[in-house]
Design a protein around this ligand. Sequence first.
Ligand SMILES: Nc1ncnc2c1ncn2[C@@H]1O[C@H](COP(=O)(O)OP(=O)(O)OP(=O)(O)O)[C@@H](O)[C@H]1O
Ligand SMILES: Cc1ncc(CO)c(N)n1
Length: 260
Amino acid sequence: MEKVLTIAGSDCSGGAGIQADIKTITVHKLYAMSVITALTAQNTTGVYGVQDVTPDFVAQQLDCIFRDIKPNAIKIGMVSNPDIIAVISEKLQEYQGVNIVLDPVMVATSGGKLLKDHAVEVLAEKLIPLAEVITPNIPEAEALCGFQIDSLDDMRKAAEKLSSIAGKGILIKGGHLFSSADDLLLYESKEYWFREEKINNPNTHGTGCTLSSAIACNLAKGHSVPDSVLLAKKYITGALRDHFDVGKGRGPLNHCYAIR
Ligand SMILES: Nc1ncnc2c1ncn2[C@@H]1O[C@H](COP(=O)(O)OP(=O)(O)OP(=O)(O)O)[C@@H](O)[C@H]1O
Ligand SMILES: Cc1ncc(CO)c(N)n1
């Protein structure tokens, strides 16, 4: 059985972060491991507290995993601050981590900040180049490339700009744009569009975490990058179509119905 590691923050309400990743990896019938970068006190209505793990303890968790069980793919989510980013970058290079999918998490669906402002440049310099695929949503892509994205054509321009800092694939998620949920992958200078109708479901807490860990699962199974994104897009669309409704705010996905 392939092993997938998630390096991310904990969401105590179970919708995003480590919890969403472990559910996704398990539904893909793979073995899940986790390195926790931060504890968050959050639920479907907001993020109420963040407690970062020390960089040394993040390093210790990574050492324990890589000295014992080598992951076939790695998903990186919330990384919180520059020191945590630096340590993850060093360790992934030391242990030659493969199939790295980086979700540059900055702000939660409910609005809470999950990455310090001054950490964006460090993320771009130290982690983004190591990734097989990065998966920014529209606001994250705007923060990384420095201009506003209002159209599918702007998504294309942003992907091209990001290809100068990203190692390989760039997937810009269109979930935050108007009426469609079209995602654009730029991989090996080729464009792939993954088009889906926008589902009228306000419960999108954890969609980004789930999509990136599903891509990591598919890479671990040996699929190509474009095929991994296609399968992950089907997974997320299936989970959204279930119209699961938990909590008082922007609710989570139902992983039990993502693959039928
Ligand atoms: N209402 C929707 N209908 C269909 N697909 C959606 C919808 N909202 C998001 N998606 C899809 O879900 C995936 C995640 O995109 P999104 O832009 O929501 O990520 P995100 O903002 O990083 O998520 P989060 O921060 O909530 O974890 C993308 O494939 C996107 O197209
Ligand atoms: C821990 C964590 N990671 C990522 C997100 C983004 O959805 C979130 N809300 N919480």
